[in-house]
Design a protein around this ligand. Structure first.
Ligand SMILES: NC(=O)c1ccc[n+]([C@@H]2O[C@H](COP(=O)([O-])OP(=O)(O)OC[C@H]3O[C@@H](n4cnc5c(N)ncnc54)[C@H](O)[C@@H]3O)[C@@H](O)[C@H]2O)c1
Length: 304
């Protein structure tokens, strides 16, 4: 047992399996008391069971740590609130929340049903909001705390997971908004885009060339939850963790601008001026699309 998070109380959603489980176990091993939330569902979000969260609590306790299970659905306001309430009623404070819970419902955009869009947005994006909302009210009063959201490299765009990609992009904007809105209360917010071997990554249609274990991601999240990250001023950031690699994503910013002269823009003036001035910004994933489609036609899993 280490003491990187000694005295802290941390809540982790989706902590029954995969990356969330590794985060909960690592946080407890570093001295945190942990709320283990998991609705215990299949990859597509179906068939909930409370056993998954309880099993991780037993595992943490067996290793000498302290943990409590919450089997609620964090896509509901009540579920998000309960995760926070249980931290307060069990341990008296809340220093960090890590929103890892997620599901997949893959479909091409032109075939996607409302039943595939809504639950994916509800679990990832709203499920981060419900917990951030309840936790930030506590952290604002404490004048300290850490919020961690889980995004994906797929926030850049996805051929067959527009719902998931849109949710993950939304989580980045939510994290940046939390970082901006809570900075003056001493609360930090960051996002992690992991690549790790779990049941979820096993099912993706692309071959992940840089991949590691959930424990690699967990070590990074423990750092984000620590005083060391707060003292280093880490907030509003998006990091990828893939095995031995830690990478920082750029902040969104304007690339180039052009200004209308004399009378403003018309569609004709824009058509004339845009290609040679403001132009376009190459889309890395679009550039790789042809190679990915060729690999898929050859029956291989395309590299991503
Ligand atoms: N594994 C990867 O390579 C990878 C890549 C990019 C992003 N991610 C993201 O990392 C996170 C963890 O992914 P994972 O690979 O560990 O997945 P996983 O399927 O192994 O675990 C996800 C957990 O979330 C739980 N969950 C689902 N809906 C819930 C709800 N409404 N309330 C509470 N719990 C719920 C599930 O029961 C499950 O235990 C997800 O947000 C995922 O999108 C993972």
């Amino acid at each position: 047992m280490g003491n990187f998070l000694a005295g802290k109380v941390v809540a982790v959603t989706g902590a029954g399996r995969g990356i969330g489980r590794a985060v909960a176990v690592a946080a407890a091993a570093e001295g945190a008391k942990v709320v283990v939330n998991d609705y215990g569902v299949a990859v597509d979000g179906a068939s909930p069971t409370s056993e998954v969260a309880e099993a991780v609590v037993k595992e943490i306790e067996a290793a000498g740590g302290a943990a409590v299970a919450v089997a609620d659905d964090i896509s509901t306001m009540a579920g998000g609130q309960r995760v926070v309430d249980v931290a307060l009623s069990s341990y008296g404070r809340l220093d960090g929340v890590v929103c890892v819970a997620g599901i997949l419902r893959e479909r091409m955009l032109f075939n996607m049903a409302e039943e595939e869009w809504d639950p994916v947005l509800a679990t990832h994006l709203k499920g981060t909001f419900t917990v951030f909302r309840a936790a930030s009210a506590v952290m604002r009063k404490q004048r300290a705390g850490t919020l961690v959201g889980f995004t994906s490299g797929n926030h850049q765009g996805s051929v067959s997971q527009a719902n998931y990609s849109a949710a993950k992009g939304g989580i980045i904007s939510l994290v940046r908004s939390a970082a901006l809105g809570l900075d003056k209360y001493g609360v930090t917010a960051n996002a992690v885009a992991p690549v790790a071997r779990t049941r979820m990554s096993a099912g993706v249609p692309t071959e992940l060339t840089e991949i590691g274990e959930p424990e690699d991601v967990a070590a990074f999240v423990v750092y984000l939850l620590s005083d060391a990250a707060r003292d280093a001023g880490v907030t509003g950031q998006v990091y990828t963790v893939a095995g031995p690699k830690i990478a920082l994503w750029a902040q969104p910013r304007e690339v180039r601008a052009a200004y209308a002269e004399g009378g403003g823009w018309t569609p004709e003036r824009i058509a004339q001026a845009l290609p040679g001035s403001v132009g376009t910004d190459p889309m890395p994933m679009l550039a790789r699309l042809a190679a990915m489609e060729a690999a898929a036609r050859a029956g291989e899993r395309p590299n991503a």
